[in-house]
Design a protein around this ligand. Sequence first.
Ligand SMILES: C[S@@+](CC[C@H](N)C(=O)[O-])C[C@H]1O[C@@H](n2cnc3c(N)ncnc32)[C@H](O)[C@@H]1O
Length: 255
Amino acid sequence: MKNTTLINRYASLASWVYHIDKPIGRSFGDVEYYRERLKNIQGTILEPASGNGRILIPLLESGLNIEGFDASAEMLAYCEQECQKRGLNGKFRQEMFNTFTYTAPYEAIIIPAGSFQLITDINEAIEVLKRFKLALKENGRLIIDLSLLSSLAEPPMLARQWNVPNGMLTLTESRVETNYITQTTMSQLRYEHWDNEKGLINSEIDLFALRFWGVKEFELALQAVGFTEITISSNYNYLDTPNEETHTVTFEASF
Ligand SMILES: C[S@@+](CC[C@H](N)C(=O)[O-])C[C@H]1O[C@@H](n2cnc3c(N)ncnc32)[C@H](O)[C@@H]1O
């Protein structure tokens, strides 16, 4: 199935849910990890797929010179609103992984939260890695989080709900496909906004597609596009070797 206008769209209800569920600064260990790994960088850092600014805003507040881009206007609007609340002059723009532009190369590019897995076509993913390398200064660093390949076999999530003024938001996932050849999943994420008096007042389907990488497979992909110095860390503990307890693997690569 190909419906590119709906895939990984992060439209209005999806963005609202993201912002309630993962507000600015909500950490999975990643906010502290990235702050520590980036602390000595004076130059500009880029966060592709920066979303509502969950990580970008705390890093800006720590004094890092970080900018972002995201495909979703709705996610960017939350980022804008949260920067304004804090009197921050955030720099972010609406762009895509495979076409983003920049004026000067970066000291670091970071992609937390498994966002790189939203690129499900392996050839496109390799092209994006090349683009990241081109956008880095010499000795610049690319830092990317991935969830484990074992997540491919996990069942869809349970239904979830959030209270909002005078009602609730709900989210249900229906799996369309789990493909062990391409290492991808495709789900329908159905978001609904229920009002206490009027009932269902808004709904939205986001087709949600992910690709899951093997640890060695991703290291080989980084090498194939020219990265030479590569470290692998587990669960936001720098240089810890991934094991059965690992849920997140972080790659750090330079050349
Ligand atoms: C899981 S959220 C991550 C947001 C933020 N980085 C964080 O850590 O909370 C994934 C983000 O990727 C964005 N996205 C999806 N496809 C994209 C693409 N092709 N190019 C750029 N951003 C994309 C979505 O709009 C969404 O904001």
